[in-house]
Structures are given as C-alpha cells and as structure tokens.
Design a protein around this ligand. Structure first.
Ligand code: 5RP
Length: 230
C-alpha cells in the first residue's frame, strides 16, 4: 500500500467510532482529509453530524461535501475530534502543526470529550522530535520571541535550530494571522516541561506538542491497522 492508502485505511477505521447525532471536530492534513471525505459519505447516507473544522482548508472541504458545520461559540463541547499527526510516541504524545493548523486543532481537540489520532505507521516514533516542532508566534517581536524559545530549549536540555516557515518566498501565515517557527530539535527531551516552558513565553500563541489529549491512535501499516490506547 502507498503512504496515502495507509492514511486512508487509518481514516476509514476511525469511522467505527462515530455515529449519527454526534458533534465532531474535523482535523487538518492529508490523513484528516480522508476522514472528512468519509464523513461526507455518511452525511450523504443521511447521518446527522454537526462538525467544527480545524482550518479554513477543512472548512472548505467540508462545505463542499455538504457537511453541517458549527462553531465552538455555538457548540462549545464536541463528542469527538479525529485528526492526523506529524509524530506520535507510545504515550500518545503528538507533534502537530506540519500543516500550520496547530492552534485551531488544539482548541478543537481540547473542546472534545475524546481525541482520536489517525496516522500511517511512519508517524509512530520512539522519541518525539525528528519532525521539527512547529511553534505559532505573533509576528510582533518575532526575533525577541525566537530568542526566548531558544532559552526554553536550553532550560529543558534541548538543542536545535529555529527557522521561520516560508511559503512562496514569504513567511507562511496561519489562519489566525500568525507565523510559525519550525524548531529542529532532533530528539525532544522533557517534552512536558518543554511544552509548559513554550506556553509561558509572551508572543508564543501555541506549540505543536499535544500532550494528554489523544486517548486513541489508529495506525495503518503494512501489517494492517493497529490501535494504541492511553
Ligand atoms: C496540520 C497537522 C496535521 O495533522 C499533520 O501535519 C499531519 O498531516 P498529514 O496527515 O498530511 O501527514 O497537524 O496542522
């Protein structure tokens, strides 16, 4: 199976966790896109689902599929969010934000009773950090914020390079009007402490470490689909 077929297999396996009447958070990225397509199919079959998208891209996809959308202002508590990840470890700690949607993804997941991660097996790692950690930052004072982020790495015994995410020769701008610093750490030490340190920096809006949020991972690999529970 190709990586995309594995992503689709994980997404379809997550369907067994939804039922008509649920309020869902819809993730962002190429894996979540398969899940949103599958939700669209269920809606066509007559299922009643009310969903909150985690990005403008997912909102557009869901609208195109005729999925009924709401906002967290109208519907502040969701039953379930299904989303992809850039990395996950054995404790279901995640790195997210490769697609730049980490802030809304975290707000939506934290407003859900349950979060399920869907991924192909390449995303499962022993230690988080090979994938550069995205940190969403307010553009004002960017350099000063980057220095504080670097200090947070030193303080938590991490080390790595911080790079402003670019797209088409310009800084990448998130759906929230912020920019992203991708932090190449190689191996994240003291992930919990690092998450707290990053969150305490003025100018950091949020970071891609999702800790204690996902309770189930559905991972598709060459040998089939496996689940990991926390
Ligand atoms: C977007 C994300 C995605 O879930 C993550 O980047 C995984 O994407 P994909 O399913 O395309 O590999 O966090 O902000």
């Amino acid at each position: 199976m190709t990586p995309d077929e594995l992503k689709k297999a994980a997404a379809l396996a997550a369907l067994t966790h939804i039922k008509s009447g649920m309020k869902l958070g819809l993730g962002t990225g190429s894996t979540a896109k398969h899940f949103v397509d599958a939700v669209g199919e269920k809606v066509k079959q007559g299922w009643d689902l009310l969903c909150v998208p985690t990005s403008e891209a997912t909102r557009k996809q869901a609208e195109g599929l005729g999925i009924k959308l709401t906002t967290l202002d109208e519907t502040p508590v969701l039953d379930l969010t299904v989303d992809g990840a850039d990395e996950l470890d054995g404790q279901l700690r995640l790195i997210k934000g490769g697609g730049g949607a980490l802030l809304r993804e975290k707000i939506v997941a934290s407003s859900s009773r349950k979060m399920i991660v869907i991924a192909d097996a390449s995303k499962k790692v022993e230690v988080l950090g090979k994938f550069p950690l995205p940190v969403e930052v307010v553009p004002f004072g960017l350099k000063a914020t980057a220095i504080k982020i670097d200090q947070a790495f030193t303080w938590t015994r991490n080390e790595g390079k911080v790079a402003l995410r670019m797209r088409d020769g310009k800084s990448f701008v998130t759906d929230n009007g912020n920019v992203i610093l991708d932090c190449a750490l190689g191996r994240i030490e003291n992930a919990d402490k690092l998450a707290a340190a990053l969150s305490s920096i003025p100018g950091v809006v949020d970071h891609g470490l999702f800790i204690g949020m996902a309770s189930l991972a559905i991972i598709a690999g060459a040998a089939g689909v496996e689940t990991l529970e926390r």
